[in-house]
Design a protein around this ligand. Structure first.
Ligand SMILES: Nc1ncnc2c1ncn2[C@@H]1O[C@H](COP(=O)(O)OP(=O)(O)OP(=O)(O)O)[C@@H](O)[C@H]1O
Length: 283
């Protein structure tokens, strides 16, 4: 993927991106060259109106128009900044838009309007909301790591191959990818699980492996959606400790969606969502 010196250039010419150039060079440099305090992700005036999207997609046949017309937007003018290496918890009541915000910040989903920019280094950025699906997939694969509540590991693969998979998808060969995966298993005290398949692990062990997998690509940002939601409190605390320590050692920023104040306490900053807005305005 070609870098742009000017963010707006990516909007004007999204097809100028090529999918491979980003991978190796920017991945290693991504957070090494940006001093802490500089943004790694900025989001401006995000609106997410699922009903409008469905209307636009002309798929309203099964849904009464009245229901769609009265649906409040899931995100209502949200602006957000994440600094390099920063750890932020997103809290708020059920349905307030936390997961929607995380998905849009991570380029998993596109907003109805608004802009999300990934800053690789000074004056160099990609606009996630202005590039094609394929390029967004490449950027997610190379720059971001993901930890979800559960179910993210492939059941047929042993832990070492689960961790190696994102590296192989990014072009690393099997032997190098599994070597890196073994290093991460060692680093997180999980070497004994290398040949275990997810069905042979506890929930806490699976989340530790998922954390190793999220960090193995050396991401600039780890996005975690209720990473401890399926764990008991003690295991959840342990898993959060591992995630935060590993992310810090790696220089990765972390965005965690959670209902649990004990989980949020691991982060340096907490923002609160209510009815699709961030309380306190821009965060
Ligand atoms: N794919 C979708 N299509 C339509 N509406 C959606 C979709 N995803 C989420 N929503 C709606 O958007 C709003 C925000 O949902 P979201 O999942 O972001 O909230 P949340 O704060 O993460 O909730 P929870 O804490 O329960 O997971 C909700 O009203 C939800 O019903």
């Amino acid at each position: 993927m070609k870098r742009n010196q000017n963010v707006n250039a990516s909007v004007a010419a999204p097809n100028a991106y090529t999918t491979n150039a980003y991978a190796a060079s920017d991945r290693t440099a991504a957070h090494a060259l940006i001093p802490v305090g500089r943004p790694v992700i900025t989001a401006t005036n995000l609106i997410m109106d699922y009903a409008a999207r469905r209307r636009t997609a002309n798929r309203v046949g099964a849904t009464p128009m009245s229901a769609l017309a009265n649906t409040a937007p899931a995100l209502n003018n949200v602006s957000f900044r994440l600094n390099v290496g920063e750890t932020v918890a997103i809290m708020g009541p059920s349905g307030s838009g936390k997961s929607t915000l995380l998905h849009i910040l991570a380029g998993i989903d596109l907003p109805t309007s608004g802009q999300v920019t990934y800053h690789v280094r000074n004056n160099c950025a990609y606009e996630l909301t202005g590039i094609c699906d394929q390029d967004r997939t490449m950027l997610r694969r190379n720059a971001f790591g993901f930890v979800f509540q559960s179910g993210q590991l492939l059941p047929e693969l042993p832990a070492v191959e689960n961790i190696a998979l994102p590296l192989m998808l990014g072009g690393t060969d099997y032997s190098q990818a599994t070597d890196t995966a073994m290093l991460w298993l060692e680093r997180l005290g999980l070497k004994h699980l290398a040949s275990h398949r997810p069905g042979e692990m506890s929930g806490g062990q699976m989340q530790r492996v998922a954390i190793a997998r999220a960090l193995a690509t050396n991401p600039s940002v780890v996005f975690a959606d209720e990473p401890t939601g399926a764990l008991d409190q003690a295991t959840g605390r342990e898993v959060m400790g591992i995630l935060m320590d590993a992310a810090q050692a790696n220089g990765s920023a972390v965005v965690v969606v959670t209902h649990d104040p004990n989980v949020a306490a691991f982060c340096s900053r907490t923002v609160t969502m209510c009815d699709g807005r961030l309380l306190g305005g821009e965060q």
